[in-house]
Ligand binder design. Structure first.
Ligand code: CTP
Length: 415
């Protein structure tokens, strides 16, 4: 599935000689599936671990290994018969230079500006941002020489992902494992998005369905999966925003490059949202917040009896309504966006919420449709604004819905 910040971006993926090179093949495949144009550059040592053919097959592009290999120029602005110099062509076209795995040896070369193979020559010739995923034995990683090289690279603006702790090639446990491809892909999104149109903005997003305790083992909750809220957080991050994600429990992994605050109940979510959104550029409430909670939480597990059990429920705080009151006092976020989860009278109900919660925008969401709302990757929403306009969006991925909402938020902030 396409990911907007990766779509049509040119990524030079440098693969150096470590066992983790096999994981780089999966990374190359995932980046390609997400829409990136991936040019793999392998060192001689890397080709001992994985055949170039593997990378060729997953990227459907030539793999580069030789600095001296001139080839016919395929770039559209090339003059007829001109040959391309691989390190210059790749260095110029790259939006990102990603080295995964990066051995201790390659880190040392990069820190000292050596250019003795195609990959290190590209690193010297490119102005693209550099993202490095080191992989080596823990002794090599901990060595002062490696640590000094890493410090030099970071000081020059490189971004590091990992290494992680765990099982190493030698059989030992320690720090030195290459980060998992999914985490590297997420960091590639962060680095590519750093200078996006939301750079310098501070956004707060809520996600998930809150849990209201009945007793120590039971709670009342709802069908929210958190997918829409997480998509909003990732999309804003991919455009350079600083994002705080306040989330009720979900099955989704903690997003990379986002400040995540885990909460359970509506009351906890309220506290986290009020403190994070004060002075923020925007608050987008995608969470399904419980409207009621058990009036009293039993201290011990409630035992089964012959009779019926009655729970008395009391109101939870309406977070958006509280935010609206704060905004009247000149506090809170600049822009607020809500979601209206409805199963009937979608637009009427949504418009009422827009007015009552004094929102700038509300995404009206028919959660009874199979391809929209809870737990699926697509959504169909109508965006209603405070100025009375309505825009019915077609069925889209949640990521695309998120980007459309940020487009609207971005213009509202500028007003
Ligand atoms: N919301 C909130 N605090 C609550 C309940 C909801 O801030 N206690 C927010 C939701 O995050 C969402 C919007 O208000 O952005 C609308 O939520 P929804 O559940 O659709 O509406 P409710 O206000 O709860 O009204 P109802 O349940 O009657 O439809």
């Amino acid at each position: 599935m396409n990911i907007r910040v990766l779509h049509n971006k040119r990524i030079v993926l440098g693969v150096t000689g470590g066992v983790a090179a096999y994981k780089a093949a999966f990374l190359a495949s995932r980046l390609t599936q997400a829409g990136a144009i991936v040019d793999v550059v392998m060192t001689e040592a890397a080709t001992r671990f994985v055949a170039p053919l593997t990378f060729q097959a997953v990227t459907r592009r030539a793999v580069h290994t030789d600095i001296f290999a001139l080839s016919p120029d395929s770039e559209p602005d090339a003059r007829a018969g001109e040959l391309q110099i691989p390190h210059i062509t790749l260095a110029k076209s790259a939006n990102l230079l990603l080295i995964a795995p990066a051995t201790g040896n390659t880190l040392a070369k990069l820190a000292h500006g050596l250019a003795d193979n195609l990959l290190t020559a590209i690193a010297l010739a490119t102005s693209a941002p550099l993202l490095i995923a080191p992989a080596m034995e823990s002794e090599m990683w901990a060595h002062p020489a490696t640590q000094a090289n890493v410090a030099t690279l970071v000081e020059r603006g490189a971004t590091l992902v990992g290494p992680a702790a765990g099982h190493l090639a030698s059989g030992a446990e320690g720090v030195g494992r290459m980060s998992e491809p999914e985490e590297i892909l997420e960091m590639a999104r962060v680095v590519l998005g750093q200078k996006g149109d939301l750079a310098g903005r501070r956004m707060v997003v809520s996600a998930g369905g809150t849990r209201e305790a009945i007793d120590p083992v039971r709670f009342i909750s709802n069908r929210s999966s958190g997918k829409m809220g997480f998509a909003l957080a990732l999309a804003a991050r991919d455009r350079g925003a600083h994002v705080t994600l306040v989330t009720a429990p979900t099955a989704l992994p903690n997003p990379v490059g986002v400040d995540t605050v885990q909460v359970e109940s509506a009351a906890e979510m309220r506290d986290a949202i009020l403190s994070a959104s004060d002075g923020a550029d925007a608050l987008v409430m995608a969470a399904a917040v419980a409207d009621y909670r058990p009036g009293e939480v039993a201290e011990q597990k409630i035992k089964k009896t012959d009779g019926a059990l009655t729970l008395r429920l009391t109101h939870t705080p309406d977070i958006l309504a509280e935010v609206a009151r704060l905004r009247e006092l000149g506090r809170g976020p600049k822009v607020t966006v809500g979601f209206a989860a409805e199963t009937e009278d979608l637009l009427t109900n949504a418009r009422e919420k827009l007015q009552y919660k004094r929102l700038d925008l509300i995404a009206a969401n028919d959660v009874s449709a199979a391809d929209a709302g809870f737990a699926v990757d697509t959504n169909r929403v109508t965006l209603l604004s405070a100025d009375g306009t309505a825009e019915a969006l077609p069925l889209m991925s949640k990521e695309e819905v998120a980007h459309t909402i940020w487009d609207r938020v971005s213009s509202l902030i500028q007003e």
